[in-house]
Design a protein around this ligand. Structure first.
Ligand code: GDP
Length: 423
């Protein structure tokens, strides 16, 4: 069986906690895109963990975790993440973690170029996490990137590195007028942070094919949401990879397989970190109350997230793009902060009301058309079934389900592993 957990909105929907919960039913969890530019927060009986690169199944002893060829890996960051988990008593071994030989290495110069460019742009910046993700994906498509498999043949790295570093210096030294990089330092960095992972690097496609043929179940884990997809998201304020479930078998390295079941994770309200159009954004007191109630600060960067009411056009679009079979609706408990709950049901674009999700300049001009649903004004974090919810909360769920045309199967009412119920 091949399942996928994917984000419906702008990211930070709570995918990590859903993978942590549902990975119990799978033998293998695979991350298929992205790098350490977002974080999954998982709270369970072993503690509170922020995972940027490692698949969320890493917290379960019997789950094998794969970092797929669609990923970009900052080795220094990976080492830090592994160390934190080991310090918390989590065992990480090559039996438990496998890294694709085709995953691309995010080098220090990618991070530097990301920072130099965001600084150059000033107020016109894209809101990059400054972790080198766009520059490293650009190099992948320029065919000038190093891949994890290169670490298995350091002689070839030694041969290729000087020409690549000189090419980077054309931009760093001559373009941005910054300090030129030394090839020897880059080599040292690769040896220090890369070589300890040598035993983890393998042909993960071969591994997954064999496992699948042997009857293993595989769960694909996305980073960020449909609205950040490079092709279908709010371009150019997107990430640099494909976040959608249809890409999962490709980014995982088994493109001949088809996902059987997509669980789309969506928040009971909206949040968006960084720049870009966000029509349902709430400002002033309403925004402040929601941000505080939902602790909406980025897991990777600590940046305050922009928050808003549930956005029907954006979410319906996200559900379609992900091909979601069912929905996990997270953070319903947070909406206890409102007496009347704002829901963006459509957009007003230059006086025209539309329920579709536009792109480009039309999206930037979209104004929210809000309706207000009754709140429940009580703590629902202890509810463990649909029937235990107050009537207004049940109506809120039904309302969303009707509008997105997809069954809501899981509802979470707190960050802990068991703070949820199934409908
Ligand atoms: P991800 O990147 O999609 O995994 O999402 P993040 O980890 O960035 O953001 C989700 C945040 O919400 C984390 O801090 C979670 O611990 C928290 N969270 C997840 N589900 C719930 C929930 O049902 N209620 C509350 N109050 N917090 C939740």
């Amino acid at each position: 069986m091949l399942g996928c957990i994917a984000g419906i909105n702008w990211g930070d929907e709570g995918k990590g906690r859903m993978v942590d919960l549902l990975s119990e039913g799978y033998d293998i969890v695979v991350r298929y895109q992205g790098g350490n530019n977002a974080g999954h927060t998982v709270v369970n009986d072993r503690g509170r963990f922020i995972l940027n690169l490692l698949p969320s199944g890493i917290l379960r002893e019997n789950t094998v975790n794969v970092m797929g060829p669609g990923m970009v890996i900052d080795l220094e960051h990976l080492r830090g993440e592994v160390k934190k988990l080991r310090d918390a008593g989590i065992d990480i071994t090559p039996e438990h973690l496998k890294i694709s030989d085709k995953a691309v290495i995010c080098m220090p110069y990618h991070k530097l170029l990301d920072i130099l460019e965001e600084d150059r742009l000033g107020d016109a910046k894209f809101g990059s996490t400054r972790r080198g993700i766009a520059p490293v994906y650009a190099d992948k498509y320029m065919k000038k990137a190093f891949r994890m498999g290169d670490l298995l043949d350091m002689d070839s790295v030694r041969r290729k590195l000087p020409a690549v570093v000189e090419w980077k210096n054309l931009l760093i030294r001559d373009g941005y007028k910054s300090q030129a990089l030394e090839s020897s330092k880059m080599l040292e960095w690769l040896e220090t942070y890369g070589l300890p992972f040598k035993e983890y690097i393998c042909d993960t496609s071969e591994y997954l094919w064999n496992a699948y043929d042997g009857g293993s179940s595989i769960l694909f884990e996305a980073q960020l949401g449909a609205l950040r997809d490079i092709d279908f998201g709010i371009y150019p304020y997107t990430t640099s990879s494909s976040t959608i479930a249809a890409y999962a078998p490709i980014g995982a390295g088994i493109p001949d397989k088809k996902v059987d079941h997509v669980i789309g994770v969506m928040k009971a309200y909206s949040s968006c970190v960084g720049e870009g159009p966000f029509a349902s954004e709430l400002f002033g007191d309403q925004g402040h109350i929601l941000r505080e109630a939902g602790c909406e600060y980025g897991a990777a960067t600590g940046r305050p997230r922009r928050v808003g009411g549930f956005d029907v056009p954006a979410s319906r679009y996200g559900v379609r793009m992900q091909g979601a079979s069912c929905i996990a609706l997270t953070k319903l408990d947070v909406l206890s902060c409102f007496e009347k709950i704002p829901v963006c049901r459509a957009y007003d674009i230059d006086g025209e009301i539309t329920e579709s999700f536009p792109s480009g300049e039309r999206l930037i001009r979209a104004k929210p058309v809000y309706e207000y649903l009754d709140g429940w004004s009580c703590d629902i974090s202890g509810c463990r079934s649909y029937d235990q919810l107050p009537a207004a909360a049940r109506e809120y769920i039904s309302h969303i389900q009707r509008n997105i045309s997809c069954p809501i199967r899981y509802v979470s009412v707190g960050p802990g592993r068991d703070e949820y119920f199934e409908i």
